[in-house]
Design a protein around this ligand. Sequence first.
Ligand code: AMP
Ligand code: GLY
Length: 425
Amino acid sequence: MNILIIGSGGREHAFAYKISQSKHCDKLFTMPGNPGTAQYGTNVPINPNDFTTVGKFCLDNKIELIIVGPEEFLVNGIRNYFEADNQLKTIGFIGPNQQGAQIEGSKDFSKALMKKYNIPTAAYETFTFENIDDGVKYVNAHTLPIVLKADGLAAGKGVLICESHEEAVAELQAMIKEKKFGDASTKVVVEQFLKGIELSVFVLSDGTNYKILPSAKDYKRIGEGETGLNTGGMGAVSPVPFADDVFMKKVEERIIKPTILGLKNEGINYTGFVFIGLMNMDGEPFVIEYNCRMGDPETEVVLPLIKSDVVELFKACADGKLNEYDLHIDERTSTTVMLVSTGYPGNYEKEKIIGGLNLCEGSLLFHSGTKLNNNNQLVTNGGRVMAITSFGNTVQEAISVSLKNAEIIQFEGKYFRRDIGYEFV
Ligand code: AMP
Ligand code: GLY
């Protein structure tokens, strides 16, 4: 069948890599894609927010399966556009509609879902301009630190952890009154700080049934030892060694089952990934957030561990038959190290020539921010440039291969963290 992946990062390259291995994949398209995805098929220079053009492309190219990578298009309702059209609605679609995407697009929605279905999470209240005075009182009576979250999408910047009441009150007012995060902070969730170790669990749901994919931990800060600014993710490990069967059973019973059932009870037919950000507090899982998609760079470690044919997996999901599907997972560990441009997550330069890829051995190289320049040379085109994924029987074994290849790949201003997976080696 012909398949379309939407997105252009390392996550989408990892999807393209796995999908291209399937015996069911005829033509593979990535919209807009990058030089990494181009190795497996055709990149399509259409803006995925232009739903009409995307729909026409799908009909013209007889697309039978669509996988959406980034949240933006889901939150904007690309799935709803397809569901509303008689021809387009027959295409298998991995990614929820706008109602389902609220689990990521609205913190207030996701917290209310958790509260209603008794899913363990931080205690919270939501405030708007109308009840900001109550918000100030709530914040002043809150234990420290205090977590403030812009309700809507804020490019990963909408969460503030405040160490004093004065700071929290000032930030609450800046978010609501001064629209610090634009319309995203019209509503603000104020919540309890959870102390523990973070990890992520990924679930593929067909609306009723689900499959749990390997857990992962990403390393968000730019500096080694988890210091400095937050990034999109500097590396990842999968599975997470402490997410053993006992812990995962708690996650499944207390979090995954009520989440999938809750969405269904709310009348949402959720077909797609649920990315559950968790805090492990002394062996007990609490939800920090949901995302309506896979993570990046988590996908670059999780997907390569799937041994089953992923097109069969996605098809079973789209057909509502995940219960009949047998998922096989590699027993090994995978790690990824992200090469970034110096300056990221602030300002950085682009168009630096990338060399040494053909000298790398033993790793999968997933392109994040790369492009071909006018001379057809591979150059940097983003803060995160390339994810280097390797396998091993232990985290140590896998990470040593990723780090070796991280040294081999060259571009001016290259930076990467050498301590990915440090707690597990
Ligand atoms: P989010 O955008 O919800 O993923 O939040 C970004 C980051 O803020 C998370 O990955 C956590 O590291 C941190 N965070 C969010 N909520 C909490 C919380 N209630 N307690 C502690 N840390 C949190
Ligand atoms: N790596 C975190 C995310 O994809 O949201």
